[in-house]
Design a protein around this ligand. Structure first.
Ligand SMILES: [Zn+2]
Length: 63
């Protein structure tokens, strides 16, 4: 049967998840074109509120 031979230890399992977390937190970040802060691609910058050269919101003044 195509099954894992033995149960993965907590240590093995957690090490795998630690690597996965490092990948999503670093490789999936870009620099904001307006302020240079790191942000997620295709998202409004959380620091300056800019996306594609336009101000979507001004930080600090939103409701
Ligand atoms: Zn920005």
């Amino acid at each position: 049967m195509p099954n894992p031979r033995r149960k993965l230890s907590r240590s093995k399992r957690d090490k795998r998840r630690a690597n996965w977390f490092a990948k999503i937190s670093t490789a999936n970040m870009i620099e904001c074109s307006n302020c240079g802060e790191t942000k997620l691609p295709h998202h409004v910058c959380p620091n300056c509120g800019y996306y594609r050269g336009r101000a979507i919101y001004t930080p600090g003044s939103e409701a």
